[in-house]
Design a protein around this ligand. Sequence first.
Ligand SMILES: *Cc1c(COP(=O)(O)O)cnc(C)c1O
Length: 449
Amino acid sequence: MNNADFIERDLRTIWHPCTQMKDHEWLPMIPIRRGEGVWLEDFDGKRYLDAISSWWVNLFGHANPRTNAAVKAQIDQLEHVIMAGFSHEPALKLSERLVQLTPNGLSRCFFADNGSSAVEVALKMSFHYWHNHGRNNKRRFITLSNSYHGETLGALAVGDVELYKQTYAPLLMDVITVPSPDCYTRAAGETCEEHSSRMFEHMEKTLSEHADEVCAVIVEPLVQCAGNMRMYHPIYLERLREACSRYQVHLIADEVATGFGRTGTLFACEQAGISPDFMCLSKGLTGGYLPLSVTMTSDEIYSAFYDDYQNLRAFLHSHSFTGNPLGCAAALATLDIFAEDNVIENNRSLARAMSDALTELNQHPQVAEVRQTGMIAAVELVADKTTRRAYPWQERRGLRVYQHALQRGVLLRPLGNVVYFMPPYVITEDQINFLAEVAREGIGLAVAD
Ligand SMILES: *Cc1c(COP(=O)(O)O)cnc(C)c1O
């Protein structure tokens, strides 16, 4: 089968995610036959460098020999088992290691199978905790503007990306939205730290007014990824941790995208030296191999559910594929690679290479900002550099970068007018320079008229 044959059959049956299917009348989809390292290969034999880690999940390349071996070994042992009343070794080992690796106090692991579910679990657990303590008035959540926490209705409700949310607004629970500490919006002459710190005043005020009715604040630590890779300073998380404790409100850290080394530390929360009450992990958890997620929390929260059955305080939530052994085996292999290969340290030089490769774009007349946190680098395109007026979304400028990159053998998938790199950690410096060259060309074409 070649690309054309594949596409014809595909379009007859498959409804692709996050896609206006009519676009495929003129925008070819790319059927992938195999992957290896940073490369994906289509059915015509053309290769693409996966600069976005296949939607931010892949860490150590496609078909990584070590992860492959771990999954193959596990599949001959046990492919899946019910996790209620039963357990298995990969889940046990993974839980013990996650407790070791995550910030202090996160001592309990509740498994699910994707990031949105991990968020739903955190929201329900937080509400239920307060319920079990007789605090029945606590039933709302505070979220940041421009945040993203997934697509299921609860996760969508605590998110704030209009494109995904607006249509479903009538179905969503009411949340309290506080302005994001996003440093892109800082005043001239203000540092990122000053800006993020100043923006905390909104949160402080909201907590002081609403703490009695609020279960938790949910944030993406340091980088609002789906919200166009907007970044903020760790000072905000420090202040948020302190205030949440003071107001008796939980802090949910959604590290689904930022976890596992993306921001330069194993978890983004480390950069603020904080422990959240809940931490949601998925995406890179399995190295990008299999759908698995975990919501971690404290013994204190766990204890609020621990009681005689008749008292009906248990957390009666489950998913069919909760804690799937193959996913856990892939996750254990991923953690082994982190331990054996000194990944966080090596990523520092890769991050520097990304920064070096992109600095010159700062001078570009249609680039408002090049920003970076660890292994995430983003270039914000604007219609007017001085006023930072954005291009109208209808012009789909980012799409032109996407199309150019594909021609050049690169998978770059801008978010609106933001071109970003979020590559697997096995990328080389030469490949980073190649990415930057393709991005520069693409941006040139995208802003040409
Ligand atoms: C991707 C993402 C989610 C949702 O995860 P899915 O596995 O796609 O459901 C939740 N939170 C953040 C921060 C994400 O980036």
